[in-house]
Design a protein around this ligand. Structure first.
Ligand code: TEU
Ligand code: CA
Length: 575
């Protein structure tokens, strides 16, 4: 039986500060705006708030380019606002998690300004500088063939010193050199600074990229260089990663704090377990990307990849069973600020079925084992931006970089159309449109002009309408969170078994704990169907055992057959 601890039973609500709530009419969400919504979050039933970066930043990558870890980005508010937020959460018996972005800083950070000032700078070795490679024709090249995740080379040439510096993301996000003990020590000081203020833990940005392959050798790419994607597991999970993670854990343990690591580009269970198995004393859990990359093709995020329920079943089964067997722990998520809206991405639907699709997904993810993460607006079933919106409504540096790179390649029209389809399905911008609080102008997000356009459907799809609608997505999410607590011994700590391994529309699984057995049945399609339940459900199942469903429960068709309406979800409990 997995050890019972608070962070396994908690649900976490992720806030993207720029788009949550604007309190002063400048069109940018801010920390006082969050404080104004704490009762809304308490009422939803979440236990923890994870706040994306609010530190001082030039905002090239929306705050994931930090210029000062101990100062607050002025449009978001002040340090006093942060302290009031921490107090407001703790007063409501909720916890507060900040985003720790320490694989890189902003190029405007004083550390980097000092480092780039000269090769003799005392901070030169805080970042990763290398001399150019000169070929036999005398041409200059970057030190290796690594590519930035946001397109182009991962190296930028610096005229002052005639050297290149490494940035796995934007050129404005130079990678810190974790081989330098001064860097490691400074990160530990930053953690203590926030933990001393009462922060209860961290979400650690791309934490598996902090250890690079020694010597930074070329990536073994076999596809044309310009298509190289860093997802070839090349610079993820380097040889000193676990040493660094144990060092972070020592700081966290001084405060009994919590840590969820973000680990893109790692797919090996054993490698993940080396970071999250409890005896390893590293991280409590990680976000791994299997589910949110199953529709990514070989040429990266904006290339197509079909997936089926078989794809989804193998991913869920893998992580539900491996963690249970090896004392690891999952972070359950379908959305975040880097992913598009799950109700548009994983369950394309007619408008009439949107609530059913969103609540089916809530059931699918909500009854699994792991700490449950809900991204702002997911509790409302917010959807992707309208396909009619032009590219200038997409503000994200990743989207714009990859789009501009494609335009520069003079793609054929059909290739460009295919790229636009992928952007309309998966761009990070879809989850960054302002939260729709009510049907007022700009969805009640701001009294000013929002930094990013509010989705057109705010007039009828908003929190105020859903707060008074017992059949809304919001009302259903409250029931899911309550069910997780009511049946915690089964839902949180029970084991996992897939049911019906073949069905192309029904995803069904069973959880068995000391309290009883939970059976989850979800129709992942917008089509009504009859589901043969023989040898898939316990023979004793009865509709009376339904403890959660997104439709009014109807009598079973006949023994051994169940009618499932579009995106219908049912949860049975037998004590
Ligand atoms: O994201 C890590 C990361 O790899 C993402 O960029 C993701 O793979 C990609 O966006 C999918 O489209 C973290 C942060 O969550 C992200 O917002 C930052 O842009 C990135 O790191 C750099 O800090
Ligand atoms: Ca504001």
């Amino acid at each position: 039986n997995p050890k019972r601890v608070w962070w396994k039973e908690a649900s976490v609500y992720q806030i993207y500060p720029a788009s949550f709530s604007d309190s002063n009419g400048d069109g940018i969400g801010d920390i006082p705006g969050i404080v104004n919504k704490l009762d809304y979050l308490k009422d939803l039933g979440v236990d923890v708030v994870w706040l994306c970066p609010v530190y001082e930043s030039p905002q090239v990558d929306m705050g994931y380019d930090i210029a000062d870890y101990r100062a607050i980005h002025a449009p978001y508010g002040t340090m006093e606002n942060v302290e009031a937020l921490i107090e407001g959460l703790h007063d409501r018996d909720m916890k507060f998690v900040m985003d720790l972005v320490v694989n890189h800083t902003s190029d405007q950070h004083v550390w980097f300004q000092e480092s780039r000032s000269s090769p003799q700078s005392t901070k030169r070795d805080w970042y990763i500088w290398r001399k150019p490679v000169i070929d036999k024709e005398g041409n200059m090249h970057p030190p290796n063939n690594w590519a930035s995740i946001f397109g182009g080379s991962a190296w930028t040439f610096d005229d002052i010193s005639g050297e290149y510096y490494l940035h796995l993301f934007c050129p404005e996000q130079p990678d810190l050199n974790w081989e330098n003990p001064h860097v490691v020590d400074e990160v530990h000081q930053v953690m203590r600074y926030w933990l001393n203020k009462g922060v209860d833990g961290f979400r650690m940005d791309v934490i598996n990229l902090i250890s690079k392959e020694p010597g930074l050798p070329n990536a073994p790419i076999t596809i044309p260089e310009q298509d190289f994607q860093p997802a070839d597991l090349f610079f993820a999970n380097g040889p000193r990663l676990h040493e660094y993670l144990r060092g972070l854990r020592e700081i966290l343990d001084e405060y009994d704090a919590f840590a969820v690591g973000e680990m893109p580009f790692v797919a090996d269970e054993q490698e993940v377990l080396r970071s999250v198995a409890s005896h390893r004393k590293e991280l409590n859990m990680i976000f791994q990307f299997d589910m949110v990359s199953m529709d990514n093709g070989k040429a990266g995020k904006f290339s197509p990849q079909d997936w089926t329920l078989d794809t989804l079943r193998s991913i869920v089964n893998r992580w539900q069973t491996c963690m249970y067997r090896h004392d690891g722990w999952n972070a359950l998520f379908l959305e975040n600020h880097d992913q598009s809206r799950s109700v548009s991405r994983f369950t394309p639907h007619k408008t009439a079925h949107r609530t059913a699709a969103a609540t089916m997904l809530a059931t699918f993810i909500g009854m699994q084992a792991g700490t449950l993460f809900i991204y702002q607006g997911q509790e409302l079933g917010m959807s992707n931006l309208p396909a009619s919106w032009p590219m200038n409504e997409y503000k994200d540096v990743e989207t714009q970089n990859l789009y501009q790179l494609a335009l520069a390649q003079d793609l054929e029209k059909n290739q460009l159309d295919a790229l636009l389809n992928e952007i309309r399905l998966k761009a990070r911008d879809h989850s960054r449109s302002p939260i729709q609080w009510d049907s007022e102008r700009h969805g009640g997000f701001t009294t000013g002009t929002p930094w990013m356009r509010v989705n057109d459907d705010y007039t009828h799809h908003n929190a105020k309408q859903q707060l008074s609608d017992p059949g809304s997505v919001l009302a259903y999410w409250k029931r899911v969170l309550r069910a997780r607590k009511k049946f915690r011994d089964t839902v949180i700590y029970g084991d996992f078994r897939l049911l019906d391994l073949e069905h192309d529309a029904v995803f069904s699984y069973q959880r068995t704990g000391c309290q009883g057995v939970i059976t989850v049945v979800t129709n992942f399609t917008g089509k009504q169907l009859t589901w043969e339940t023989l040898d898939r459900l316990p023979p004793s199942w009865r509709m009376q055992d339904v403890v959660l469903s997104n439709y009014p429960v109807q009598a079973a068709l006949q023994p051994g057959k169940m009618l499932l309406r579009p995106f219908e979800a049912l949860v049975f409990f037998e004590g």
